[in-house]
Write a protein that binds this ligand. Sequence first.
Ligand SMILES: NC(=O)C1=CN([C@@H]2O[C@H](COP(=O)(O)OP(=O)(O)OC[C@H]3O[C@@H](n4cnc5c(N)ncnc54)[C@H](OP(=O)(O)O)[C@@H]3O)[C@@H](O)[C@H]2O)C=CC1
Ligand SMILES: CC(=O)[C@@H](O)[C@H](O)COP(=O)(O)O
Ligand SMILES: [Mn+2]
Length: 356
Amino acid sequence: MVLLGSTGSIGVNALIIAKRFGIMVEALVAGKNIALLNEQIKEHHPKYVAISDANDRKLVNHTNVFVGKEGILELLQKTQSYLVVNALVGFVGLAPSIEALRLGKRLALANKESLVVAGHLLDTSHITPIDSEHFGLWYLLGKRPVRGMTITASGGAFRDTPLEELGKMSFQDALKHPNWSMGAKITIDSATMTNKLFELLEAKWLFGVDRLDAIIEPKSLIHAFINFKDGSTTAHLAVADMKLPIAFALVGEVEEPILPSLDLASIGSFSFQKIEAARYPIWEIKEDVLAHPTRGVVINAANEVGIAKFFNQEINILELAERTIKAYRHFEDAIPKSLDEVFEIDREVRRYCLSF
Ligand SMILES: NC(=O)C1=CN([C@@H]2O[C@H](COP(=O)(O)OP(=O)(O)OC[C@H]3O[C@@H](n4cnc5c(N)ncnc54)[C@H](OP(=O)(O)O)[C@@H]3O)[C@@H](O)[C@H]2O)C=CC1
Ligand SMILES: CC(=O)[C@@H](O)[C@H](O)COP(=O)(O)O
Ligand SMILES: [Mn+2]
C-alpha cells in the first residue's frame, strides 16, 4: 500500500494494521516529523518516501525522497500498489485523492476534506471511508430501503463548558477531546462541531442519502444509526478506536478480533443530546449546507483560515464559526462545476477570509 500522512494519528494506526495483516508498505508520505518517519522507514522498508519541506531532505534516511505537494503526486505515479491510504489533513489531501483515483487506485480515505470540498466530483465507488461514523453506516447497511441516517458526535472539548466561558477557551483547551486521541485539526473541528457538519457531507456523497442528521452521544461508543423505511433503527457500537475502520479499509473483510467487545453492563446507560447552535454556532447553517452540499469548499477554506487564526490567538472559538458562516453567506453562488473550480474557489475564499 501507499500511505499518505504516515506520521499522523491515522497513519500510525494504519501501519499497526498493515504490520498485523502483512500488508507491504510501498511508500510513505509525511510532513515535518522526520524522526518518526525515519523509524517507520526502518521498520517498513518503503521503496519511496515523500516529505513536505526540501530543507528536511538530508535528514531522511532514504535515497528515494520526493518533496512538496508535487512530490506526493510524483510518488503516486511511481507506485505499483493498488491501495492508497490518504491520511493527510486538510485541503492539501485533495490533489493526492484526485491523482490516486485518476491512476485507477483504490482510495482508503481518512482525508474527509477531499469529500467535503469535491464529493460531487469524485468517483466514490473507488473510495472506502476511514471515519468511525461512516464505517458504522457501511457496516449497518443491508438490502432494506433506508429512510435516513444519523451519526453521533461526542460534543467535543467544550460540551460541558458554561456558554459564557466559551469565548475564553484557548486552542490548547480545545485540544482536550473527551474520548478520541486524534490530530490537532480534527480535534478543533470536533470542539466547534464542524467535524460533524463535514461528516454529514461525507455521508451524503458516500451513501447518496438526503435525510441526514447528527446527535450527541457523550461516550462515543455508538457511532451511527440507520433508520429504515419500515420504522426499524439499527445502531453501530464499538470501542472508540480507529483500528477497526482502518482494518476494514485496508483488508476488506475482517473476521478476527480487532477490538474487545463492549461490556454493556459496565457501560450501564446511554444518553443523547440535541446539538444546539448556542454552543456550536456552525450548526445554524447545517440545514442550508445539506440543501447545498456542493458549497463545502467554501466552508472548508474559511474553516482552515479560521483555525490558523484561532491558533495564533487572533480570534476565539466562537468567532471561528462566525467567520465561516460569514464566508458561506458571502460566497453563496460559489458552486464548483469542475475540480479546477474547486481549487479556484478555495483560493478565493482564503483570500477573502484573510482580509478581515
Ligand atoms: N485521527 C482520527 O482518529 C481521525 C482522523 N480523520 C481524518 O483523517 C485525516 C488525518 O487526521 P489525523 O491523523 O488525526 O491528523 P494528524 O495531524 O495526526 O496527521 C496528519 C498527517 O498528515 C501529514 N501532513 C500534513 N501536512 C502535510 C503536507 N503538506 N505534506 C505531507 N504530509 C503532511 C502529517 O505529517 P507530520 O505530522 O509529519 O507533519 C501527518 O502525517 C484528517 O482529514 C482527519 O479529519 C478521520 C477520522 C478519524
Ligand atoms: C474518530 C472519528 O471518527 C472522529 O471523526 C470523531 O468522530 C471525532 O469526534 P467528534 O464526534 O467529537 O467529532
Ligand atoms: Mn468521525
